[in-house]
Design a protein around this ligand. Structure first.
Ligand code: UGA
Length: 462
């Protein structure tokens, strides 16, 4: 079987290299010729652990090709996956311009070269609002009608559940594969396509109406985001009432009905998915006349949490965060972690963006470190004419600092000798938004150490 994949971003590229890995012929398309040239040379435009190995083996073994022309990629393809971006519009809804543009191009291609034997399956992996499969169908049909040709095709929804930084593993070892389609034959083709993945682990297979499949994707992301907002609230409360969130979350998560994952408190959720998808679900509810109160609260709690670091910093230096007289002018603050989470170079909706903007507005001198996200962060800061310093060495970045703020949970930060860091800082002060270190140990060795939802005193609370 051959498939075409349109869009070579995080979702498209992972889909393409993984299908190639399991023996499917894949033709991937992107409009950007520079990207396609780099991909043909085995260079991934995104950082994702393991992706370049799969990219190179796919190309070398002749299963993976890259194109700038959709018509070329569609040649003999049984399924075409739409994997283009659905950025957030002004009104919170998902912007479907790219998706509809691809649908229109698919319609154009198949109306010029109708298919008679096997019908084309048009599968949407982009995260799209409920009803989009029906709209894509209409766009393709309009092309066929305008050219007075008939060609059979079916539009299916096939949402992705890939976490950046672990996306290859999520694709190869999914908890479930969800398909939204109407025909048994189409379900059979999709099942065959995912066969090697389904056979290798206990992945569940769900086939449902496209509307249900589209909603499953939003509901999944919203559920995970809600857990994070929930645990962040409990963490903030823990600080106020003298509890320790580490103990609380372990004991709460031990209930099998609740579970341990996605219960890590932090500086609020970011990234290209949760903030955008939760807003889009809320807008979908508004448009459907259903007020989604829990979803609204999830976003509100996250807005609050995104400012938690600023609150803690303001308290530490006894300043008012709305003060316009640059009250942090004599402070040097080091930020560890610019990516929205560990194991990615992606800084979209990263908490560090907001934090650094605030610190610079308040007059602080900021020195930032990240293992791989510095270039992406610098691009955004330059566009906004925000000047900060970057250091590729986390220890050197803390030289003469009044405060070290940890925003991203890179595992390597935990291996750093904090005594060394403390010996070159102006003051031994850390605010750790990812709870990477032990409060007791640090406070005992003379640090001012604040984290999320944990005590600030040096005695173990048990
Ligand atoms: C998320 C979902 O996890 C994927 O299943 C989904 O396919 C993807 O969105 C998507 O829609 O494409 P991703 O945004 O890559 O994946 O990253 P996550 O690992 O989910 O993290 C999202 C945010 O939540 C990050 O800011 C992270 O730091 C934060 N988070 C996550 C927490 O604060 N606490 C946690 O316990 C887990």
């Amino acid at each position: 079987m051959k498939v075409a994949v349109v869009g070579t971003g995080y979702v498209g590229l992972v889909t393409a290299v993984c299908f190639a890995r399991i023996g499917i012929k894949v033709a991937a398309v992107d409009k950007d010729p520079n990207k396609i040239q780099a991909l043909r040379a085995g260079k991934s435009p995104i950082y994702e652990p393991g992706i370049e190995d799969l990219l190179r083996s796919g190309i070398e073994e002749g299963r993976l090709t890259f194109h700038t022309q959709l018509a070329e990629a569609l040649e003999n393809a049984r399924v075409v996956f739409i994997c283009v971006g659905t950025p957030q519009s002004q009104d919170g809804h998902a912007n479907l311009d790219y998706v509809f543009q691809v649908a229109s191009e698919i319609g154009e291609c198949i109306s010029l070269k109708p298919r008679y034997k096997d019908s084309l399956i048009v599968a949407t992996k982009s995260t799209v609002p409920v009803g989009t499969a029906a709209n894509i169908k209409k766009i393709i049909e309009d092309h066929l009608i305008s050219k007075a040709v008939s060609s059979s095709f079916e539009v299916v929804s096939n949402p992705e559940f890939l976490k950046e930084g672990d996306a290859i593993n999520d694709f190869m070892n999914p908890d479930r594969v969800v398909i939204g389609c109407h025909s048994k034959e189409t379900e059979g083709v999709m099942h065959k396509l995912y066969g090697p993945i389904l056979n290798n682990n206990d992945a569940a297979w769900f086939c449902m109406k496209p509307e249900s499949s589209e909603l499953t994707k939003y509901a999944s992301n919203a559920m995970l985001a809600t857990r994070i907002s929930f645990i962040n609230e409990i963490a903030n409360l823990s600080e106020k009432v003298g509890a320790n969130i580490d103990d609380v979350k372990k004991a709460v998560g031990a209930d099998k009905r609740i579970g341990q994952s996605f219960l890590n408190p932090g500086p609020g959720f970011g990234g290209s998915c949760f903030p955008k998808d939760v807003s889009a679900l809320l807008t979908l509810g508004d448009r459907a006349g259903e007020d989604l109160k829990v979803i609204r609260a999830t976003l509100q709690t996250n807005q609050y949490q995104k400012k938690i670091l600023l609150k803690k910093i303001s308290r530490l230096f006894s300043i008012d965060p709305s003060d316009t007289t640059q009250p942090l002018a004599d402070r040097r603050i080091t930020v560890w972690g610019l990516a929205f989470k560990a194991n990615t170079d992606d800084v979209r909706e990263s908490i560090s963006l907001d934090l650094v903007r605030d610190l610079v507005r308040l007059g602080a001198e900021v020195v930032a470190h990240d293992y791989i996200a510095i270039d992406n962060f610098r691009t955004i800061m330059s566009q906004e004419a925000i000047l900060i310093t970057y250091d590729s060495d986390p220890i050197k970045a803390s030289m003469n600092s009044d405060l070290l703020v940890i925003v991203t949970e890179w595992a390597d930060y935990k291996k750093i000798d904090l005594e060394k860091v403390g010996s070159i800082m102006k003051y031994k002060q850390i605010i750790d938004a990812r709870n990477l270190f032990s409060p007791y140990e640090l406070i005992r060795s003379g640090w001012m150490y604040d984290s999320i939802g944990r005590p600030k005193d040096k005695d173990k609370d048990k």
